[in-house]
Write a protein that binds this ligand. Structure first.
Ligand SMILES: Cc1ncc(COP(=O)(O)O)c(C=O)c1O
Ligand SMILES: N[C@@H](CCOP(=O)(O)O)C(=O)O
Length: 463
């Protein structure tokens, strides 16, 4: 299996090199040259299998010829043994025909663990095989950073630098990052927004001298190694609800578009998905794009679902590439437009192709709180604010007779203030994190300046 860049000018790479590259050398994102196809019988055979077996069955289609099967098996088994639920990503019925896919049973209580526990092990394997060390950078609005730090802490092959927007994560998210004191972990609070952090990370990748000097790699969902692991739970959920003999819809609380893009990948691979519903908070650039055909940046509005306070949805580029019939020249013009004037228009047929697969909805803060309150009052179940955005949007997007799965992307205890304000009930952190507020913190604060971040990394990396 080979991977091509959405911008068309970077070398075509195998799985291991695409994962180590993170962002492609031409500034694009790697996608598989061809989509692996699963027959209905192959999909049906996943029913009742342990999560790690399904993960192996799917991920191995992308790693064939690159990672030996024995090594991949060991990686997925080890990665998913860190989850505290035997099903890894269990599914429960919230109301008739509407299901929650709980993705927060990993070490840091958010869906990012599902991919990050895999990615850290696969990177470690690739680097150890080659006798190399790498410098990892990532931008986070809170969850990617904590999951990545937990997954990479103490690893000999990597130093990890995570940029978060100062004061814009929840306190629990911040502490999950800044209380990890391993020597290879570096937290940088940027005076700016998540988009500023992400822009710096992409700029570091596009500075080829720096990139090569520190052997830069990434852990954001721009890295194909993230997406491939997120594909798995769409299969396990859909099969548990009757796929491939029955269609299923998914609603995904969305920011950087990585999670829902993984859902799109499964559709391309043969999973019968009815609708993929993009659920956004007030930062609703994607809903507006689907409605108007223009991707138009606006300022970032802080919300009670802070991990989705994003304007530049990186993975939307992957969808555009597919929906443009893989025309990298038109895509490049769109990305230039975004850089120069903060927006671009979609050709009509591209928009039609996107609308055929996706729907979108937005919640405001009152609706998000009300959803948390109402679900708690009726069932005692506590939703985190991101999942509540999904539940609210999903309810309006349902097709009669088609099961709807809302991705539950975080544990409510990561956002106790918002949950307590909505319900009066403060969700407790699990025992292994209960002393988090008492742990010592370490972080550095930097201005929103690429050069300062480069100097900081150069002074500390071991690669
Ligand atoms: C809890 C939570 N929900 C939803 C999202 C949005 O996911 P994505 O960025 O893949 O669209 C994020 C951040 O990525 C998150 O941390
Ligand atoms: N919400 C994310 C933002 C980064 O998303 P990623 O999936 O591209 O890593 C976060 O929690 O940091």
């Amino acid at each position: 299996m080979q991977f091509v860049s959405t911008r068309g000018h970077a070398p075509v790479l195998g799985f291991s090199d695409a994962v180590l590259a993170g962002l492609a050398a031409d500034g694009g994102l790697y996608v598989p040259q061809d989509w692996p196809q699963l027959s209905p019988a192959e999909i049906a055979a996943f029913a009742g299998k342990p999560y790690s077996e399904v993960a192996f069955g799917i991920i191995s289609r992308f790693t064939a010829g690159d990672i030996p099967e024995v090594a991949l098996k060991a990686i997925v088994e080890d990665a998913y043994s860190t989850f505290r639920h035997p099903s890894v990503t269990p599914i429960l019925e919230l109301e008739p025909g509407h299901f929650l896919l709980e993705l927060f049973h990993g070490p840091t209580l958010a869906f990012k663990d599902v991919a990050m526990q895999f990615l850290s092990r696969v990177m470690d394997h690739i680097l150890a095989e080659r006798g190399l060390k790498a410098t990892i950078v990532g931008a986070t609005s809170g969850d990617t950073g904590s999951a990545a730090i937990e997954a990479f802490r103490g690893r000999e092959t990597t130093d990890i630098f995570i940029l978060h927007p100062q004061g814009r994560t929840s306190p629990v998210q911040r502490l999950q990052m800044t209380t990890v004191l391993d020597a290879n972990v570096h937290n940088i609070a940027i005076r700016g927004t998540f988009d500023d952090c992400q822009t710096i990370v992409k700029a570091l990748f596009n500075n080829h001298g720096f990139r090569d000097r520190v052997r830069l790699s990434g852990v954001n969902s721009i890295n194909w190694g993230r997406i491939v692991a997120q594909i798995v739970y769409y299969f396990t959920a859909a099969v548990s609800l009757g796929a491939p003999h029955r269609k299923v819809s998914f609603t995904v609380p969305t920011g950087n578009f990585g999670d829902i893009f993984a859902g799109y990948c499964t559709k391309r691979m043969g999973l019968p998905i009815d609708k993929l519903v993009i659920a956004t908070n007030a930062n609703d650039i994607l809903r507006r794009t689907l409605e108007t055909g223009r991707y138009e940046m606006a300022g970032v509005t802080p919300t009670i679902s802070p991990s989705m306070d994003i304007q530049i949805s990186s993975n939307f580029e992957r969808l555009l590439y597919e929906s443009l019939g893989r025309d990298h020249e038109i895509l490049q013009r769109m990305m230039d437009g975004l850089k120069q004037s903060g927006g671009f228009g979609l050709p009509e047929d591209t928009l039609a192709a996107i609308r055929a697969d996706f729907a979108a909805g937005t919640t405001n803060e009152t609706e998000t709180s009300r959803t948390i309150n109402e679900v708690h009052a009726s069932s005692g179940y506590l939703l985190d604010p991101h999942t509540a955005v999904g539940v609210h949007v999903a309810r309006a997007a349902r097709t009669p007779g088609v099961p709807m799965v809302t991705l539950s992307t975080a544990h409510p205890a990561k956002f106790p203030a918002a949950v307590a304000a909505a319900t009066g009930a403060e969700p407790a952190l699990p025992a292994w994190l209960a002393d988090l507020p008492q742990r010592p913190e370490r972080l550095d604060v930097l201005d929103n300046d690429q050069k300062l971040v480069e100097e900081f990394i150069l002074a500390r990396t071991r690669a």
